[in-house]
Write a protein that binds this ligand. Structure first.
Ligand SMILES: C[S@@+](CC[C@H](N)C(=O)[O-])C[C@H]1O[C@@H](n2cnc3c(N)ncnc32)[C@H](O)[C@@H]1O
Length: 480
């Protein structure tokens, strides 16, 4: 992040604008909207600034800029059409520790001014730091269209109710739930539709009574959402998952969940890592107990797992523990590694000519090293088999398939860090794959796909670091 985004309260604060033309006038307009105390320094003023001076909205120093003009100023903006003057203003402001903006010159500017969407008191600001002004404008247009016209009224209306709601709902989680329901419900819709606020305010009473009785019955009891975070690319998170994540008080997450997914949680939500640390892992019993404890404390818990929680994710065991304690839960499915990796590797998992069935198998062996699977069935043709956690057992898996009748030329592939910008795909046959994987130095997390469909990777592959979305690139590597 090159810039630190803040909103500055400028009401009554002295701000210097150097320049008397149209560009300076546009900056002055914005400053006046924030009720700043604006002084313009310029030998002459253009018509817009002259009119503002006439109306008493600004002060004017009819001189060339002098460093003393900066004395006591909070901010300075250099908006003349002379680069040397602008640079002089910037230099002087910097040496006095006054934040300065030079119009259209980010190198000289300490702060830049974003595109804004003003639904005061709601303000949205967008910037590309000067890299992509057209993109910024596009985003602003989209936000303008997306944000309801009366959003500011809604914010003010809810602000007027805060004290009352706080008095009636003393429990903080109950209040948060009330507000979530409020903003998603008919009362907010009425305000946004322009109904008389006094009429809407009368309906608030019944909403509060309802909330009091709803939350009284379940005080102290939280809930858990088991959420599949997908295989890595944050763009593969479902809308439902995003919503749950943003409403959660606590997020319990695994090692395969990327930081960018975690960043989507509420800023004040507690984040608890329950994955592997240096070869040890929280035991499943510990995780189950923690989920139960947090829910009994009244928290809304998001249990975030890589891929899908019900596919080699031990989600069922966690739900059993919750069910035993009568805790409410929901399950939000995620894109499992098999579908995510196959899609991003250009490997269709089924194909009319090559594979009429699809099997997901865990390559994780039991303590005695024995994988409890029907090798004879897995060795048959016309199918695709996806082995999760199969990298370590790759030699065993290949040996077993060959021993049970699979031909050495059967195609197979390993996808490492699937769906991430760092994805790598290695293809081969049962005879060659082990060598190819070792030569490439593939590491965990990796997914083994066995079947003729993997030959299609060469012709159907499409994903590369260049094709990765910004979200995928930002997600970087999954930790092994
Ligand atoms: C414990 S399993 C969890 C599977 C997860 N619940 C799912 O639905 O994808 C972990 C295994 O999933 C596979 N895996 C998960 N994410 C992956 C990725 N981005 N690329 C390749 N394999 C992945 C690897 O085989 C890894 O060892």
């Amino acid at each position: 992040m090159e810039y630190f985004p803040i909103f500055l309260r400028l009401a009554g604060e002295p701000v210097l604008v150097v320049g008397g033309g149209e560009v300076a006038a546009r900056k002055v307009d914005l400053l006046l909207r924030a009720s700043a105390d604006v002084t313009v320094v310029a030998p002459e003023l253009g018509p817009r600034l002259a009119a503002l001076l006439q109306s008493g909205a600004i002060a004017h120093v009819a001189q060339e800029f002098q460093p003393e003009h900066l004395n006591g100023m909070r901010l300075a903006i250099a908006a003349t059409d002379r680069n040397a003057v602008n640079a002089w203003v910037a230099h002087q402001a910097e040496s006095r520790g006054i934040n300065v903006n030079v119009v259209d010159d980010r190198e000289l500017s300490r702060f830049i001014m974003p595109a804004i969407i003003d639904r005061s008191p709601i303000l949205a600001a967008v910037t590309s730091g000067g890299d992509a002004p057209v993109l910024t404008r596009r985003l602003r247009e989209k936000l303008e269209a997306f944000l309801p016209h009366r959003l500011g009224d809604l914010a003010k209306f809810s602000g007027s109710l805060r004290a009352l709601v706080k008095k009636r709902l003393t429990d903080a989680p109950a209040r948060r739930r009330f507000w979530e329901k409020f903003f998603d419900g008919p009362l907010a819709a009425d305000v946004l539709a322009g109904r008389d606020p006094a009429t809407v305010a009368r309906s608030v009473e019944s909403a509060l009574v309802q909330a009091e009785s709803a939350f009284a019955g379940q005080s102290g009891v939280g809930e858990v959402a088991l959420v599949g975070a997908g295989p890595g690319d944050p763009g593969l998170l479902t809308l439902r998952a995003l919503r749950v994540l943003q409403n959660a008080d606590v997020v319990l997450y695994d090692r395969l969940v990327s930081n960018d997914v975690l960043d989507l949680a509420r800023r004040d939500a507690e984040r608890i890592y329950v994955g592997k640390v240096a070869g040890t892992s929280s035991s499943q019993a510990d995780i189950n107990a923690l989920l139960v404890k947090l829910a009994l404390e009244g928290k809304r818990v998001c249990r975030l797992k890589g891929g899908d929680s019900f596919i080699f994710g031990r989600g069922g065991e966690e739900l059993e523990a919750l069910a035993q304690h009568g805790i409410r839960y929901e399950v939000v499915p995620g894109i499992t590694a098999a579908t995510g990796c196959a899609a991003y590797a250009g490997i269709p998992l089924t194909h009319r000519e090559h594979a009429q069935s699809l099997t997901f198998v865990t390559g994780h062996a039991k303590d005695d090293g024995d994988m409890q699977v029907d090798w004879e069935a897995l060795a048959r043709p016309n199918q695709t088999i996806v082995f999760y956690m199969g990298l370590k057992s790759l030699p065993t898996i290949i040996a077993q398939l060959l021993a049970h009748g699979a031909p050495g030329q059967r195609a197979a592939a390993v996808v490492e860090q699937g769906t991430c910008a760092t994805q790598r795909v290695v293809t081969g046959t049962l005879t060659t794959l082990e060598h190819e994987v070792a030569a490439a130095g593939l590491d965990s997390p990796s997914l083994l796909i066995v079947g003729e469909v993997t030959r299609l990777h060469e012709t159907l592959k499409w994903f590369s670091a260049e094709a990765a979305t910004d979200e995928t690139l930002a997600a970087g590597r999954l930790s092994a």
